[in-house]
Ligand binder design. Structure first.
Ligand code: TEU
Length: 564
């Protein structure tokens, strides 16, 4: 297929996500801060990435680490001041790096002025900024909440004898987008940040903003598939188009929505250029591959299958082959570490699998999103005790399990692979105390494996490190536009050891081979037409099979060949 897609900076850029709380502490309080990011700007630039996405840095009581915002126009005290933010933005611009902020407007903090007013009386001017259910109507229809100790999204509030809706914690009341004043407030705060010069937004649970405000009773057959009752409400696209018209269209920025519950069939409704909504969104198909869907995050008993992994990526690539654009990610602040989940973090296979997964993200169509530490192959921490966890999701589910007399050992076993804290341990910088993250007690434990080579400083010196492989592969993507825009074609769909695909643009064609196996394997491509191959990159030695179209791969080996 010929190149039909429009070139854009946010399609060619590589994103690096920073969880500020865990990146670099400079004040000695055990919590990362904006000055810490400033200190590490040259390192970030050296990776070759182009766009930085910061998890929320706004004023927040931190019930959910910044996803509960009490002031959208100020910086969280623990992270610094607006002056620090301005300095950070200037430092990024100087280095030609773009900045994407987190936009969390499905809900605010209960400590936000709007909510403080809203709860005062039923006729307060801010009353209709949130979803209230007066108690004379009876108990509101069941809605499930992510972080509620009782799994109940309605919280009774005595002052006005009413319930308010909170899809996340009790301290994260849902904003009522049906109220035009709320929408105007949101557009204004977006303008505030765009005028400062930020380059876009990652939009938290954007598919939840429109709700059926009749709150219908859940059907009797309901068994935890809560997403349809929260996401894709009737006015979602009306609001996104309005937001685009009122704000987004005025700036050269990028948008990526977080969209739980959105499947391939609805994908283009968000990103078809003609609809003027968003540039990209994150789907959850991959994140749901190895866990039970629905109300809890339980890892599946059966191991996931590579053929399913391929199917997910192939169908999503196809959706955006002519319109819209995809996003690619293997982990973030809500999901366990890439190498532990999709690769193999044992000593033997850690290096190859970490670099193989980097090769994957950087050779697929769709903008790649890397999460801090992924460039050095950081792994899950797998805490033993509940006292080590800080995440509200793990803590509240533990309480619930305890109340219900559940199996707490099994619960903790699951969290070793599932908890969000696996992805939130501090960045591993060097071999000094706390891996150079802080001089104090870190807010969350540092993974001890910083002493075994998983730290940036040691890898900096080693030419063959995961870090230096990452840098090399980043440059390969940049220098081969075919890897960005070329069409994708899956090979050997049923093979459970190797993920193989070609990327083609005009007359240029590449073959990507990724082993997901702990054993040596051989794959053959007799049906492909080529007379010569040229090696572009490999994370391991190449073994010649003696036959042009047969390739032998070492465990977790990744290679890219140009086909000639
Ligand atoms: O996450 C939304 C969210 O809950 C999903 O990632 C969820 O894990 C998935 O849909 C389950 O299927 C966002 C933020 O990324 C997260 O950190 C916040 O806690 C949450 O919103 C609330 O703001």
């Amino acid at each position: 297929m010929q190149h039909t897609l429009q070139r854009e900076w946010w399609k060619e850029g590589i994103v690096y996500q920073i969880y500020p709380r865990s990146f670099q502490d400079t004040t000695g309080n055990g919590v990362g801060d904006l000055q810490g990011i400033i200190r590490r700007l040259d390192y970030i630039k050296s990776l070759g990435v182009d766009i930085i996405w910061l998890n929320p840095v706004y004023q927040s009581p931190n019930d959910d680490n910044g996803y509960d915002i009490s002031d959208y126009r100020n910086i969280m005290s623990e992270f610094g001041t607006m002056a620090d933010f301005d300095e950070l933005l200037a430092g990024l611009k100087e280095r030609d790096l773009k900045l994407v902020m987190d936009l969390v407007v499905n809900h605010s903090s209960d400590e936000h002025y709007w909510f403080q007013e809203s709860k005062k009386s039923r006729n307060n001017p801010y009353r209709d900024y949130y979803h209230w259910w007066p108690s004379e109507k009876g108990t509101p229809p069941k809605r499930w909440s992510f972080f509620d100790e009782e799994s109940n999204a309605w919280k009774y509030d005595e002052t006005t004898d009413s319930y308010y809706l909170h899809c996340f914690s009790v301290k994260q009341p849902d904003l009522k987008w049906e109220n035009p004043k709320v929408r105007k407030e949101v557009y204004n705060l977006m303008e505030f940040w765009f005028k400062k010069g930020v380059d876009g937004f990652r939009m938290d649970v954007i598919s939840f903003i429109s709700k059926d405000i009749n709150y219908p009773e859940l059907p009797e057959s309901y068994n935890g598939e809560f997403i349809p009752f929260y996401s894709n409400g009737p006015k979602l696209h009306e609001y996104l188009q309005e937001m685009n018209r009122e704000v987004l269209s005025k700036y050269d920025i990028m948008t990526v929505g977080e969209a739980p519950g959105v499947d391939v069939n609805r994908a283009l409704e968000f990103v078809d250029e003609e609809r003027k909504e968003l540039n990209m969104f994150f789907h959850f198909d991959l994140m749901n591959l190895d866990r039970t869907e629905g109300e809890t995050f339980e890892m599946a008993k059966e191991p996931w299958k590579l053929s399913e992994f391929k199917k997910i990526h192939s169908k999503w690539d196809e959706v955006f082959s002519e319109k819209g654009w995809g996003s690619m990610f293997l982990n973030n602040h809500d999901f366990p570490r890439t190498v532990s989940r999709w690769g193999n973090d044992s000593r033997t296979h850690w290096y190859n699998s970490a670099t193989m997964l980097q090769t994957f993200l950087l050779s697929m169509r769709g903008t790649p999103f890397f999460y801090y530490g992924e460039e050095i192959g950081m792994t899950n921490i797998k805490f033993e005790h509940i006292s080590e966890y800080k995440d509200i999701n793990t803590l509240n589910r533990y309480k619930l399990e305890k109340q219900n007399g559940g199996d707490l050992i099994a619960f903790l076993q699951n969290e070793k692979h599932a908890s969000r804290d696996n992805a939130r341990t501090p960045m591993q910088w060097d071999t000094s105390a706390n891996s150079g993250f802080t001089t104090a007690k870190p807010w969350l434990k540092v993974n001890e494996n910083f002493k075994e080579g998983i730290n940036a400083a040691s890898q900096e010196e080693d030419k063959t490190s995961v870090l230096n492989f990452f840098r090399k592969m980043v440059q390969i993507r940049k220098n081969h536009k075919t890897l960005i825009y070329g069409s994708y074609n899956l090979e050997l769909a049923e093979n459970e050891q190797v993920y193989a695909y070609t990327r083609t643009l005009n007359h240029e064609r590449y073959l990507v081979l990724l082993s997901f196996s702990t054993k040596k394997t051989v794959v053959a491509f007799e049906h492909l037409d080529f007379t010569k191959v040229e090696l572009i990159i490999s994370n391991d030695d190449i073994y010649k099979t003696g036959r042009l179209k047969h390739f032998e791969l070492m465990p977790y080996q990744a290679t890219i060949y140009q086909l000639l």
